[in-house]
Design a protein around this ligand. Structure first.
Ligand code: NAD
Length: 496
């Protein structure tokens, strides 16, 4: 399994041995050990890298930067456009944001490519033929990180999905499949429930698939798709999916292929790229010389290909395959192969270095040097604004009375010229004609519609809010109900 073809991103133009500037973050937990191991293999193989070490993560968080990165470090990243990053620890609580998410989003690294393959019989797995690449959307979805506590009882996390973001990741997945001779792209979503957000993802997938007629496609609801991936990964080839689903299923895929410690990832954008293992900083394993450096090392292989050094990438990857074949394993890999030898992080690193120049005898050797045309980083089509009409408004209230009928009695006199169409609680319609059995929290959505199919203006909504406040009702948020080109841009209430 080759990991990543050359990209037509800014760095993919050179095959020369001029050193490529790369920012390197040593990470937390097992990070420093596996980064030292990976760099020593890359350097022994002849990688031409001009390393600029940067501080990211726990120490930076604790020095007072709640983002985990100091402002001046961004300048290094902007200059190198290339980051090789060991896993970092996100401190629990304290309002710390995940630096991984910040880096991916701030640098526009929209595509997260996560190849997972089996190395049977040298790494035990129930799925010897497995060879799946997960292309995970990297900037949107619930990872927008926009969360609010709205009432005593209810907390909210916003799921944001954009048309350009979806178009770019889906097109990237098809381009990746075409460029690598992959036969099939599967889309995973949950559009039976999230008809607008995941519906956009699925519809965009269907539309773009038509441009890649030679590639087979299918769509899976994420729950059964994840189950099938775990039970029968051979039926999947390339999977394109949203941020959260992609995060979860790539750990599943890596683990059933052999170990989460084996899987690399590339984070690709139009202006740069970041390479890392998919796993985290595994604090309990730190400083014990037991961590598997393979995920980060293979991420380094992807980085070398990206940076225009495919021959070096090939040397490292083939030496690594030979090491695995020879039964030299860290403790996370099942040791049931005859003659298998258990080693620590350092021992494994020395074993790979000792095999540089060798190729695997049983597994297929990797050839990056025979790469064809570069893979383009796609751009989304410009947005054509649709005719937008505001036909109503959802007003969310913090209200501690428990009966929807009582709330309706308070709302009806202040609806003014609008129709109170429904009240929901956690999305379920509770008025009119709710069920007495429905449990209600202190968080209510009250849907007001313009009369007789008319429009609402901002002034109407502000006036409604003023009347609600006058009636002693605590509104906590509004969502405008708009149609775009006549198509409703809002969902119905559950049971409506
Ligand atoms: P984790 O991936 O760090 O570790 C889970 C378990 O997987 C470990 O206990 C270990 O048994 C195994 N494992 C992981 N990597 C291994 C390796 N290289 N070799 C051998 N075994 C390995 O997940 P976690 O414990 O949930 O997270 C720990 C910290 O890592 C958290 O602070 C989290 O926020 C962070 N994290 C960082 C990244 C990143 O930097 N990209 C990604 C995920 C989690």
């Amino acid at each position: 399994m080759t990991l990543l073809p050359p990209l037509s991103a800014p760095l993919a133009h050179t095959q020369s041995i001029r050193p490529v500037p790369v920012a390197v973050a040593m990470g937390d937990g097992i990070g420093p050990e596996i980064m030292r191991a990976s760099l020593s293999v890359l350097q022994a193989a002849g990688a031409a890298l001009e390393i600029r070490e940067i501080a990211l993560g726990e120490a930076v968080y604790k020095s007072g930067h709640s983002s985990g990165i100091a402002p001046e470090t961004w300048d290094v990243l902007r200059a190198t456009k290339l980051l090789y990053k060991a896993p970092i620890t996100t401190p629990q609580g304290g309002g710390y944001k995940s630096l991984n998410v910040t880096l991916r989003k701030s640098l526009g690294l929209f595509a997260n490519v996560r190849p997972t393959g089996a190395y049977a019989p040298f790494v035990a797995t129930k799925h010897p033929g497995m060879d799946v690449v997960i292309v995970r959307e990297n900037e949107e979805d619930l990872y927008a990180g926009i969360e609010h506590r709205q009432t005593d009882e209810v907390y909210q996390c916003l799921k944001l999905v954009s048309r350009p973001g979806t178009e770019k990741i889906v097109r990237f997945a098809f381009e990746y499949a075409r460029r690598n001779g992959r036969r099939k792209v599967s889309c995973f979503s949950k559009d039976n429930i999230m008809k607008l957000t995941d519906g956009l993802f699925h519809k965009t997938f269907d539309a773009i698939a038509k441009e890649y007629k030679e590639i087979e496609t299918d769509h899976w609801i994420i729950d059964i798709g994840a189950a099938r991936l775990a039970s029968n990964p051979g039926q999947f080839d390339v999977i394109v999916t949203g941020n959260l689903y992609g995060d979860i299923i790539s750990d599943i895929a890596a683990e059933i292929a052999g170990s989460v410690g084996l899987a690399p990832s590339a984070n690709i954008g139009a202006h740069g790229a970041m390479f890392e293992a998919i796993h985290g900083s595994a604090p309990p394993l730190a400083r014990k010389d037991v961590a598997n450096p393979s995920g980060l090392l293979l991420a380094g292989v992807m980085m070398l290909v990206h940076a225009g050094q495919p021959r070096v990438a090939e040397r490292v990857h083939n030496a690594w395959l030979r090491t695995i074949e020879d039964g030299v394993h860290t403790a996370d890999i099942p040791q049931d192969t005859p003659g298998a030898q258990r080693v620590g992080t350092k021992g494994f690193t020395q074993a790979v270095i000792a095999r540089l120049g060798l190729e695997p005898r049983h597994l297929a050797p990797v050839r990056y040097g025979e790469a064809g045309p570069a893979l383009a980083v796609p751009e989304a089509a410009p947005t054509v604004p649709a005719e937008k009409r505001t036909v109503g408004v959802d007003v969310f209230l913090h209200w501690s009375g428990r009966t929807p009928d009582n709330l309706a009695t308070l709302l009806l006199p202040v609806a003014g010229g609008m129709e109170l169409a429904m009240i929901t609680n956690r999305g379920v319609k509770v008025w009119p004609q709710g069920l007495a059995e429905t449990f209600c929290t202190d968080h209510w959505r009250c849907r007001f519609l313009a009369q007789a199919g008319g429009d609402l203006g901002h002034v109407d909504i502000v006036a409604l809010l003023a009347r609600l406040a006058g009636a002693g009702l605590d509104f906590i948020k509004t969502e405008h109900l708009c149609t775009f080109g006549g198509v409703p841009g809002f969902s119905l209430g559950q049971g409506q």
